[in-house]
Design a protein around this ligand. Sequence first.
Ligand SMILES: C[S@@+](CC[C@H](N)C(=O)[O-])C[C@H]1O[C@@H](n2cnc3c(N)ncnc32)[C@H](O)[C@@H]1O
Length: 258
Amino acid sequence: MKYVRDEIWKPQGDALTACHARWLTLGAFVHPSRRRFWYVPRRREVALFVQLAQHVSGRPDPLVVDVGCGLGLMSYLLAQEGCRVIALDASTAALDAARALYGDHPRITFVQGDVTELASRWGQEADGLFVSWVPPYARWGPALFGSGVPLVYVVGDPEATGSALAEEMGRYVRVLSYPTPAWHEVLGWLALLARGERPDPATTLTASNRHQVFLRADRAAPPSLDLPSAPPYPWEAELDALGLVPGTPTKDGVIWPF
Ligand SMILES: C[S@@+](CC[C@H](N)C(=O)[O-])C[C@H]1O[C@@H](n2cnc3c(N)ncnc32)[C@H](O)[C@@H]1O
């Protein structure tokens, strides 16, 4: 799994990077108004993070930072679930694109900056950090985990997340870890379906998108989670139609086994 290369994830001044170009393409798929499928997050996953953030904050509207918000879809979904969201990105171009999509949302504040410089300021303030596909954590993982923010949720390629996070485990306890299919896998599936083939998840899908939830070690364990029975996002039906539903066995485990 070497599809994540350091250099394509680095913000480069005001220019849209290859990473952003890719995310813009993906954004066209995932923007809720397009009603197209998406691989993650499903409402269940967003609700999970929000419930944990409400637990650690004791508030219905926890303050969360969407670290490396890119085009801002996660910020939007978190805000829709009631969070107050700081949408942070180092790239002004990404933020401009995110503002164009979600700029009028009353609970989202857009901030331009580098997480390695800003993370410490949220230690006292923010209830949770949401980090979706901002590798490599080896570089900014220590800043995130050094911030002291009670809840950290990371989503991404386990190769880009695992080892650096593990080093910080003394201060945080990993309360959840589960795989979902990564978007390139789902796109691969669609390509196979378009050719009339019927892929078998147990042999073709690695479900390499790993979600890991960390809680600061001095915080009380979360209560048993009571996920709301809200209707799924529109694109989830299309995802379900692919057979990629919770419980689907794959080469590397079972999707959403929590
Ligand atoms: C692959 S995108 C992920 C976007 C979004 N989180 C998502 O899941 O759709 C990675 C984003 O992280 C941002 N980024 C990379 N390094 C950063 C840093 N040190 N501080 C803040 N943002 C950063 C990039 O500009 C880019 O927008």
